[in-house]
Design a protein. Sequence first.
Length: 357
Amino acid sequence: MRQAKCVNAAEGKQQVASPLLDITQRLTRDRGRRLHRMHNSFFALTLLALPFSAHAEYPERTLRLVVPFPPGGGVDIPARAIAPPLAEILKQPVVVENRSGAGGSVGAASVARAAADGYTILLGSSSTLSVAPSLYGNLPYHPVRDFAAISMVEQKAYVLVAHPALPAKNIAELLALARRQPGRITIASSGVGSSNHMVGELIQLSTGTRFTHIPYKGSAPAMIELMGGQVDLHVDQVMSAISYVRSGKVRALAVTSRAKRSPQLPDTPTFDEAGVSGFEASGFTGLVAPAGTPPEVISKLNAAIHRVLAQPAIRDFMTGLGSDVVPGTPEELGNYIRTDLARWTGVVKKSGIKLDP
C-alpha cells in the first residue's frame, strides 16, 4: 500500500508539474520570438541609418547626361566637353543623349520623370529652367520642384549691338534717342519668347524705353537683317556677334554681365557701367538631377564637376566659347534658378508677351 501511495504521489507530482512545464516552454518560445523580432527590427533600422555608399558604391554603371536640344548647339557643345573628364573621375561611362523637342521641354521632362538614383542628369539652361517656364504654364515639369540642383557650369553674357548708321554710339545716346522717339527704334530677335527677345524686353523695362520688336526665325537671320540696315538693334550672345563687331559691320553698345566686362569685348562696357544700375542678364547652363536624388549622390556629382571645371583645358575651351566657368554649390544653383525664374516671369507679365497658340 505504501508503494501504491508513492506511485500515486509521483503521479500527482507529474500531473502538477506538467502544466508548469507547458507554461514555461510557452514563455520561452514567446521570449525567443520577441528577441528575434527585435533583432530583425534593429537590423533594418541599422540599414536605414547607413550612408548611401554602404548600400552601393555610386556610380556602378553608365550615366546619361541629357541635352534637351539637337547636337551642335550652345548646350550640346559644353555637355560633350565635360562628359569625358566626368567619366574619368566617376570611373563610369557618361553618355550624352540629345532629346530635343518642344523648345527643350521634352528632354527636361524625361529627366524629371527618371529614377532619382543619379544615373540620369540634365544639363539644363536658362531656356529650359527659367525662360520657358516663365512663358508656358502647361510645361510637363517645374524647374524648382521637379529637380535637385547639382552645380552651375557656365554663364554667358549677351551683347546689345546696333547698326553703325544708328545715331547712338553708346547706351546714354541710345536711351536719349529712344525717349525722344518712343517706338521708332527697332530691335530684332530670333523669335517671340526667345532668350534674346526676353533680354531685349528686360532692357526696355529697366530703362523706361520702348523699341519696336521685329522677330525672325533664328538669330542668324536677325543678324543679317541688322547688318543690312533693316533693323536698328539686336541682342546676341557675345561669341555669336564678336566677328561682326570686330569687322565693323555692327557696333557693340554694352554687354549684359554685371560683375565684369567680357574678355572677348574688353572695350565694351557692361550695362551697369553704362548707367543702367544693377542690370544683369546672363544665359547659364547647370547640372540638375530628378528631385529626390540622395544628397550623397548630389554631393559626389558636385565634387566631380568641380574637378572637371578646374582642369585648365576645360576652362580654356569654355572661355573660348565666351563662357565664364562658375561652378558652385547645389544651394547656389537652386537659388539662381529661383531668382532667374522670378526675373523672367516678371518680364513676361510687365511686357505683355503673347505667344501664338
